[in-house]
Design a binder for this molecule. Structure first.
Ligand SMILES: Cc1ncc(COP(=O)(O)O)c(C=O)c1O
Length: 365
Protein backbone atom coordinates (compact mmCIF):
# COMPACT_ATOMS: atom_id res chain seq x y z
CA UNK A 1 0.00 0.00 0.00
CA UNK A 2 1.31 3.46 -0.85
CA UNK A 3 1.39 6.18 1.80
CA UNK A 4 -0.20 9.54 1.12
CA UNK A 5 2.16 11.12 -1.45
CA UNK A 6 2.93 14.19 0.66
CA UNK A 7 4.18 12.00 3.52
CA UNK A 8 7.00 10.45 1.49
CA UNK A 9 9.56 13.14 2.30
CA UNK A 10 8.32 13.98 5.80
CA UNK A 11 11.07 14.01 8.40
CA UNK A 12 9.87 13.17 11.93
CA UNK A 13 10.29 15.65 14.80
CA UNK A 14 13.87 15.43 16.16
CA UNK A 15 13.37 14.89 19.92
CA UNK A 16 16.05 15.59 22.55
CA UNK A 17 17.93 12.47 23.64
CA UNK A 18 17.04 10.68 26.86
CA UNK A 19 19.46 10.24 29.78
CA UNK A 20 19.99 6.56 28.87
CA UNK A 21 20.70 7.41 25.22
CA UNK A 22 23.26 10.03 26.20
CA UNK A 23 24.92 7.68 28.70
CA UNK A 24 25.02 4.77 26.25
CA UNK A 25 26.30 6.77 23.27
CA UNK A 26 29.02 8.58 25.18
CA UNK A 27 29.94 5.88 27.66
CA UNK A 28 29.75 8.48 30.43
CA UNK A 29 29.93 7.38 34.03
CA UNK A 30 29.80 10.56 36.11
CA UNK A 31 26.72 12.75 36.60
CA UNK A 32 24.84 13.90 33.53
CA UNK A 33 23.27 17.33 33.37
CA UNK A 34 20.38 17.13 30.96
CA UNK A 35 19.84 20.69 29.83
CA UNK A 36 18.50 19.90 26.36
CA UNK A 37 14.72 19.34 26.56
CA UNK A 38 13.33 22.02 28.88
CA UNK A 39 12.21 19.48 31.46
CA UNK A 40 11.74 20.22 35.15
CA UNK A 41 15.05 19.56 36.99
CA UNK A 42 13.28 19.17 40.37
CA UNK A 43 11.85 15.79 39.42
CA UNK A 44 8.15 15.14 40.07
CA UNK A 45 6.20 16.63 42.96
CA UNK A 46 6.13 14.29 46.03
CA UNK A 47 2.33 14.69 46.01
CA UNK A 48 2.30 13.28 42.46
CA UNK A 49 4.35 10.29 43.48
CA UNK A 50 1.99 9.34 46.30
CA UNK A 51 -1.10 9.95 44.13
CA UNK A 52 0.37 7.70 41.46
CA UNK A 53 1.19 4.94 43.94
CA UNK A 54 -2.42 4.96 45.04
CA UNK A 55 -3.69 5.09 41.45
CA UNK A 56 -1.69 2.03 40.39
CA UNK A 57 -4.35 -0.25 41.84
CA UNK A 58 -6.91 1.34 39.50
CA UNK A 59 -5.13 1.09 36.17
CA UNK A 60 -7.31 -1.78 35.01
CA UNK A 61 -10.11 0.78 34.77
CA UNK A 62 -10.68 3.43 32.10
CA UNK A 63 -10.32 7.01 33.32
CA UNK A 64 -13.33 9.29 33.80
CA UNK A 65 -14.56 9.75 30.22
CA UNK A 66 -15.48 13.42 30.53
CA UNK A 67 -12.36 14.33 32.57
CA UNK A 68 -14.72 16.65 34.41
CA UNK A 69 -12.73 16.56 37.68
CA UNK A 70 -9.46 17.76 36.15
CA UNK A 71 -11.20 20.14 33.74
CA UNK A 72 -13.02 21.70 36.70
CA UNK A 73 -9.79 22.09 38.66
CA UNK A 74 -8.21 23.84 35.67
CA UNK A 75 -11.30 25.97 35.12
CA UNK A 76 -11.08 27.09 38.75
CA UNK A 77 -7.41 27.99 38.34
CA UNK A 78 -8.21 30.25 35.38
CA UNK A 79 -11.62 31.45 36.45
CA UNK A 80 -13.25 29.83 33.44
CA UNK A 81 -15.89 27.17 33.04
CA UNK A 82 -15.05 23.47 32.42
CA UNK A 83 -16.69 23.91 28.98
CA UNK A 84 -13.75 26.17 28.08
CA UNK A 85 -11.22 23.40 28.69
CA UNK A 86 -10.07 20.35 26.72
CA UNK A 87 -7.36 17.89 27.80
CA UNK A 88 -4.70 16.41 25.55
CA UNK A 89 -2.00 13.78 25.52
CA UNK A 90 0.55 16.56 25.91
CA UNK A 91 -0.27 20.00 24.57
CA UNK A 92 0.97 18.66 21.22
CA UNK A 93 -2.27 16.74 20.90
CA UNK A 94 -4.31 19.91 21.35
CA UNK A 95 -2.33 21.47 18.50
CA UNK A 96 -3.14 18.44 16.37
CA UNK A 97 -6.86 18.71 17.20
CA UNK A 98 -6.86 22.08 15.42
CA UNK A 99 -5.56 20.46 12.24
CA UNK A 100 -8.00 17.56 12.53
CA UNK A 101 -11.01 19.73 13.23
CA UNK A 102 -10.49 22.92 11.28
CA UNK A 103 -7.90 22.61 8.54
CA UNK A 104 -8.44 21.11 5.12
CA UNK A 105 -5.88 20.47 2.40
CA UNK A 106 -4.88 23.77 0.80
CA UNK A 107 -6.05 25.85 3.73
CA UNK A 108 -3.26 28.08 4.95
CA UNK A 109 -1.67 28.51 8.36
CA UNK A 110 0.84 31.15 9.39
CA UNK A 111 3.72 30.45 11.74
CA UNK A 112 6.94 32.24 12.68
CA UNK A 113 10.26 31.10 11.32
CA UNK A 114 11.76 29.57 13.32
CA UNK A 115 9.35 28.43 16.02
CA UNK A 116 8.30 25.19 17.72
CA UNK A 117 8.75 22.57 14.99
CA UNK A 118 5.47 20.72 15.54
CA UNK A 119 3.34 23.42 13.87
CA UNK A 120 5.20 22.76 10.66
CA UNK A 121 5.18 18.98 11.15
CA UNK A 122 1.41 18.90 11.64
CA UNK A 123 1.06 21.22 8.64
CA UNK A 124 3.00 18.71 6.55
CA UNK A 125 1.10 15.70 7.90
CA UNK A 126 -2.29 17.29 7.17
CA UNK A 127 -1.04 18.81 3.91
CA UNK A 128 -2.03 22.37 4.65
CA UNK A 129 -0.11 25.33 3.22
CA UNK A 130 2.39 26.78 5.69
CA UNK A 131 3.35 30.43 5.46
CA UNK A 132 6.46 31.18 7.49
CA UNK A 133 7.13 34.72 8.60
CA UNK A 134 10.68 35.44 9.78
CA UNK A 135 11.11 36.80 13.29
CA UNK A 136 11.93 40.49 13.73
CA UNK A 137 15.65 41.36 13.99
CA UNK A 138 15.37 41.10 17.79
CA UNK A 139 13.97 37.57 17.39
CA UNK A 140 10.33 38.22 18.28
CA UNK A 141 7.16 37.25 16.44
CA UNK A 142 6.68 39.71 13.59
CA UNK A 143 3.02 40.48 14.25
CA UNK A 144 2.83 43.23 11.61
CA UNK A 145 4.42 40.91 9.02
CA UNK A 146 1.94 38.20 9.97
CA UNK A 147 -1.04 40.55 9.59
CA UNK A 148 0.08 41.68 6.18
CA UNK A 149 0.52 38.13 4.91
CA UNK A 150 -3.03 37.01 5.74
CA UNK A 151 -5.05 35.91 2.70
CA UNK A 152 -8.57 34.60 2.24
CA UNK A 153 -7.14 31.10 2.68
CA UNK A 154 -5.60 31.79 6.09
CA UNK A 155 -7.43 29.79 8.76
CA UNK A 156 -5.12 29.72 11.77
CA UNK A 157 -1.98 31.34 13.18
CA UNK A 158 0.23 29.38 15.58
CA UNK A 159 2.44 31.41 17.91
CA UNK A 160 4.54 30.10 20.77
CA UNK A 161 4.69 32.63 23.57
CA UNK A 162 7.27 32.56 25.13
CA UNK A 163 8.88 31.69 21.83
CA UNK A 164 10.87 28.49 21.43
CA UNK A 165 13.87 28.53 21.03
CA UNK A 166 14.63 32.19 21.81
CA UNK A 167 12.46 32.67 24.93
CA UNK A 168 11.26 36.02 23.55
CA UNK A 169 7.87 37.53 24.42
CA UNK A 170 5.72 40.48 23.36
CA UNK A 171 3.99 43.10 25.46
CA UNK A 172 0.26 43.33 26.15
CA UNK A 173 -0.10 46.41 23.90
CA UNK A 174 1.50 44.62 20.94
CA UNK A 175 -0.84 41.65 21.29
CA UNK A 176 -3.87 43.89 21.64
CA UNK A 177 -3.02 45.81 18.47
CA UNK A 178 -2.51 42.53 16.61
CA UNK A 179 -5.70 40.87 17.80
CA UNK A 180 -7.67 44.07 17.21
CA UNK A 181 -6.69 44.09 13.53
CA UNK A 182 -7.11 40.38 12.94
CA UNK A 183 -10.13 39.11 10.93
CA UNK A 184 -12.46 37.42 13.46
CA UNK A 185 -12.71 34.16 11.51
CA UNK A 186 -9.00 33.36 11.95
CA UNK A 187 -8.07 31.29 14.98
CA UNK A 188 -4.95 32.36 16.87
CA UNK A 189 -3.35 29.46 18.73
CA UNK A 190 -1.31 30.92 21.57
CA UNK A 191 1.04 28.17 22.68
CA UNK A 192 1.94 28.92 26.30
CA UNK A 193 3.99 25.80 27.03
CA UNK A 194 6.35 28.10 28.97
CA UNK A 195 3.71 30.52 30.26
CA UNK A 196 4.37 29.78 33.94
CA UNK A 197 7.90 31.17 33.63
CA UNK A 198 6.85 34.67 32.53
CA UNK A 199 8.11 37.19 35.08
CA UNK A 200 7.54 40.45 33.19
CA UNK A 201 4.17 41.91 34.18
CA UNK A 202 3.78 43.70 30.85
CA UNK A 203 3.70 40.32 29.14
CA UNK A 204 0.09 39.10 29.09
CA UNK A 205 -1.41 35.66 29.60
CA UNK A 206 -3.47 34.53 26.61
CA UNK A 207 -6.45 33.89 28.87
CA UNK A 208 -6.89 37.67 29.15
CA UNK A 209 -7.66 37.77 25.43
CA UNK A 210 -9.97 34.79 25.65
CA UNK A 211 -11.98 36.61 28.33
CA UNK A 212 -12.16 39.69 26.07
CA UNK A 213 -13.75 37.57 23.32
CA UNK A 214 -10.88 37.34 20.83
CA UNK A 215 -10.75 34.15 18.70
CA UNK A 216 -7.90 32.48 20.59
CA UNK A 217 -7.08 28.96 21.68
CA UNK A 218 -4.52 28.85 24.45
CA UNK A 219 -2.50 25.68 24.88
CA UNK A 220 -0.71 24.88 28.13
CA UNK A 221 1.26 21.89 29.35
CA UNK A 222 2.05 19.91 32.49
CA UNK A 223 5.42 18.97 30.94
CA UNK A 224 7.43 21.97 32.14
CA UNK A 225 6.55 23.86 35.34
CA UNK A 226 4.47 20.90 36.60
CA UNK A 227 7.16 18.27 35.99
CA UNK A 228 5.02 15.66 34.18
CA UNK A 229 6.66 15.48 30.72
CA UNK A 230 6.81 11.68 30.80
CA UNK A 231 3.10 11.28 31.51
CA UNK A 232 1.97 13.49 28.60
CA UNK A 233 -0.65 15.93 29.78
CA UNK A 234 -1.66 19.26 28.29
CA UNK A 235 -4.79 21.34 27.90
CA UNK A 236 -6.43 23.92 25.71
CA UNK A 237 -8.61 26.87 26.72
CA UNK A 238 -10.99 28.55 24.29
CA UNK A 239 -14.56 29.61 23.76
CA UNK A 240 -16.89 26.67 24.45
CA UNK A 241 -17.96 26.59 20.77
CA UNK A 242 -14.33 25.90 19.76
CA UNK A 243 -13.81 23.34 22.55
CA UNK A 244 -16.98 21.58 21.40
CA UNK A 245 -15.57 21.21 17.87
CA UNK A 246 -12.14 20.06 19.12
CA UNK A 247 -13.87 17.45 21.30
CA UNK A 248 -15.42 15.87 18.21
CA UNK A 249 -11.99 14.80 16.92
CA UNK A 250 -10.70 13.69 20.32
CA UNK A 251 -10.42 9.95 20.93
CA UNK A 252 -12.25 8.66 23.99
CA UNK A 253 -9.79 8.32 26.90
CA UNK A 254 -7.05 10.24 25.05
CA UNK A 255 -5.48 11.11 28.42
CA UNK A 256 -4.52 8.15 30.58
CA UNK A 257 -5.63 7.58 34.15
CA UNK A 258 -2.21 8.16 35.74
CA UNK A 259 -1.79 11.47 33.93
CA UNK A 260 -5.17 12.64 35.23
CA UNK A 261 -4.35 11.67 38.83
CA UNK A 262 -0.91 13.26 38.59
CA UNK A 263 -2.35 16.43 37.09
CA UNK A 264 -4.84 16.79 39.93
CA UNK A 265 -2.13 16.16 42.53
CA UNK A 266 0.35 18.69 41.17
CA UNK A 267 -2.32 21.36 40.80
CA UNK A 268 -2.81 21.05 44.56
CA UNK A 269 0.92 21.21 45.27
CA UNK A 270 1.42 24.96 45.35
CA UNK A 271 4.76 24.61 47.09
CA UNK A 272 6.15 22.52 44.20
CA UNK A 273 4.80 24.96 41.61
CA UNK A 274 6.43 27.85 43.47
CA UNK A 275 9.75 26.03 43.77
CA UNK A 276 9.73 25.14 40.04
CA UNK A 277 9.14 28.68 38.94
CA UNK A 278 11.53 30.30 41.43
CA UNK A 279 14.29 27.89 40.48
CA UNK A 280 13.93 29.07 36.88
CA UNK A 281 13.79 32.75 37.80
CA UNK A 282 17.00 32.48 39.87
CA UNK A 283 18.84 30.21 37.44
CA UNK A 284 17.86 32.29 34.42
CA UNK A 285 19.30 35.43 36.06
CA UNK A 286 22.45 33.62 37.16
CA UNK A 287 23.19 31.97 33.81
CA UNK A 288 22.35 35.07 31.78
CA UNK A 289 24.61 37.23 33.89
CA UNK A 290 27.54 34.77 34.06
CA UNK A 291 27.46 34.00 30.33
CA UNK A 292 27.23 37.69 29.45
CA UNK A 293 30.24 38.38 31.70
CA UNK A 294 32.13 35.74 29.71
CA UNK A 295 31.41 37.77 26.58
CA UNK A 296 28.60 35.70 25.02
CA UNK A 297 25.34 37.12 23.71
CA UNK A 298 22.43 35.83 25.78
CA UNK A 299 18.94 36.54 24.43
CA UNK A 300 16.38 37.81 26.96
CA UNK A 301 14.15 34.89 27.90
CA UNK A 302 10.90 34.49 29.81
CA UNK A 303 11.03 30.69 29.52
CA UNK A 304 12.82 27.89 31.39
CA UNK A 305 15.69 28.07 28.91
CA UNK A 306 17.99 30.65 27.39
CA UNK A 307 19.40 30.95 23.90
CA UNK A 308 23.09 31.76 23.84
CA UNK A 309 25.31 32.69 20.91
CA UNK A 310 28.65 30.91 21.34
CA UNK A 311 29.93 32.42 18.10
CA UNK A 312 32.82 30.54 16.46
CA UNK A 313 33.25 28.40 19.58
CA UNK A 314 29.78 26.89 19.32
CA UNK A 315 30.58 23.47 17.90
CA UNK A 316 33.77 22.84 19.86
CA UNK A 317 32.22 24.10 23.10
CA UNK A 318 29.16 21.92 22.53
CA UNK A 319 31.40 18.84 22.09
CA UNK A 320 33.52 19.84 25.09
CA UNK A 321 30.44 20.06 27.33
CA UNK A 322 28.98 16.83 25.96
CA UNK A 323 32.11 14.88 26.85
CA UNK A 324 31.80 16.20 30.39
CA UNK A 325 28.20 15.09 30.73
CA UNK A 326 26.54 18.46 30.07
CA UNK A 327 23.97 18.19 27.37
CA UNK A 328 22.51 21.32 25.74
CA UNK A 329 20.50 21.70 22.51
CA UNK A 330 22.32 22.95 19.39
CA UNK A 331 20.11 25.22 17.29
CA UNK A 332 21.46 24.68 13.79
CA UNK A 333 18.16 23.03 12.79
CA UNK A 334 16.39 26.25 13.77
CA UNK A 335 18.73 28.37 11.64
CA UNK A 336 20.75 29.74 14.58
CA UNK A 337 24.06 28.29 13.47
CA UNK A 338 26.19 29.43 16.40
CA UNK A 339 23.58 29.22 19.14
CA UNK A 340 22.54 26.66 21.71
CA UNK A 341 19.47 26.46 23.89
CA UNK A 342 20.21 25.75 27.54
CA UNK A 343 17.49 24.54 29.90
CA UNK A 344 17.77 26.20 33.31
CA UNK A 345 18.93 23.51 35.70
CA UNK A 346 19.30 23.19 39.44
CA UNK A 347 21.85 25.47 41.06
CA UNK A 348 24.57 22.82 40.98
CA UNK A 349 24.05 22.07 37.28
CA UNK A 350 24.10 25.76 36.38
CA UNK A 351 27.31 26.25 38.31
CA UNK A 352 29.01 23.20 36.79
CA UNK A 353 28.03 24.48 33.34
CA UNK A 354 29.63 27.87 33.96
CA UNK A 355 32.76 26.30 35.46
CA UNK A 356 33.18 24.00 32.45
CA UNK A 357 32.70 26.87 30.01
CA UNK A 358 35.39 28.82 31.89
CA UNK A 359 37.66 25.76 31.68
CA UNK A 360 37.05 25.60 27.93
CA UNK A 361 37.84 29.26 27.46
CA UNK A 362 41.12 29.00 29.41
CA UNK A 363 42.25 26.00 27.37
CA UNK A 364 41.00 26.83 23.90
CA UNK A 365 40.41 30.55 23.45
C1 LIG B 1 6.55 25.72 22.40
C2 LIG B 1 6.16 24.32 22.74
N1 LIG B 1 4.89 23.96 22.58
C3 LIG B 1 4.46 22.73 22.89
C4 LIG B 1 5.34 21.78 23.36
C5 LIG B 1 4.81 20.41 23.61
O1 LIG B 1 4.68 20.11 24.92
P1 LIG B 1 3.89 18.82 25.45
O2 LIG B 1 4.90 18.06 26.21
O3 LIG B 1 2.80 19.39 26.29
O4 LIG B 1 3.34 18.09 24.26
C6 LIG B 1 6.67 22.10 23.55
C7 LIG B 1 7.60 21.09 24.06
O5 LIG B 1 8.76 21.25 24.24
C8 LIG B 1 7.10 23.41 23.22
O6 LIG B 1 8.38 23.77 23.34
Amino acid sequence: MNPKPWLKDLKPYPPGKTLEEIQRELGLEGPIYKLNSNENPLGPSPKVISALKEALTEIHLYPEASYKTLRSALAKRWNLSPENIILGNGSNEILEFVFKAYLERDDEIIISEPSFLMYEKFGEIYSVKIKKIPLTPDFKHNLKGILSSITSKTKAIFLDHPHNPTGSTLKRREWEEFLGELPQDILVVLDEAYGEFIEDEEVPMGVEFLKKGYPVLITRTFSKAFGLAGLRLGYGMADSSIIDILNRVRQPFNVNLLAVKAGLAVLQDEDYQKRSVELVFRGRKYLSSELSKLGFKVYPSQANFIMVDFDKWCESLYEFLLKRGIFVRPLKAYGFINCVRITIGKEEANKVLIDKIKEFLINFK
